[in-house]
Design a protein around this ligand. Sequence first.
Ligand code: HEC
Length: 226
Amino acid sequence: MKMVLNQIIFKTCLFVLFVFVFVGCYNTGTGEVTWGPAINFKLPAFPETGSHQVMVFSEMHYSPSYRSQEVPRILPPKDSVPVTGAELVSFEIEEIKEWKIPGNVKSDFDIDNAAKIYNYNCAVCHGTDLEGQGPITSILSGRNDGSLAYGPDDGAAPVNLNSERVWELSDGEIFAYITWGGRPGYSSAKRGKDSPAIMPMFKYLLSEEDRWELVEYLRVWHGENR
Ligand code: HEC
């Protein structure tokens, strides 16, 4: 008995739907339903694709609820002037040559800290003694002929940082080459291209101050070991 009733209800619904579609009251494209002045569903009564996009926030700080719980930002007093300023970015070599190691980097220079930054970031290629013979230079290439992966033949050998080539550079030039990944990295960045060099762009790995500290580190090393 229940089965028969269910079937009757199901068939009636199907019939009503059929009539709606047939008489043009149910728009199969948009899902809108109209039936005289009484029934008028402008939004799809039966959404076919789901009408709302669900936003999934992958990181917590994108979430509005997280923002609203943050402490209010304290704005700087009116008319204040930034003293540290944003990092200077220039690709004009004449301009870069004029840049000097900032005074505070020189006055606060801590050789042990600078050596740590150098040994963590640079020594693998340029060597702890700066001569360009870091552990990377003993890696063999995949050619199976005893050749080196980062040897001078491929033009990928790390530069000897304690050489005339580098002594003669200005502070700004050394800073720019550390920032963009050597001379090839600098030229590529200037043209808005990716660097072909194996040296990373330290702009994204070390702070501006750390990079200046490295310039001073090279200078002090040159002074002592030249
Ligand atoms: C993955 C290896 C690698 C690492 C790490 C690396 N370098 Fe280099 N570096 C190179 C290579 C290779 C060159 C030469 C690029 C060229 O001219 O083709 C170079 C070039 C340079 C130059 C330019 C020298 C010149 O006269 O052309 C400076 C300065 C320099 N590196 C400093 C650093 C400092 C400081 C660090 C650490 C923050 C560092 N490098 C980390 C591989 C590396």
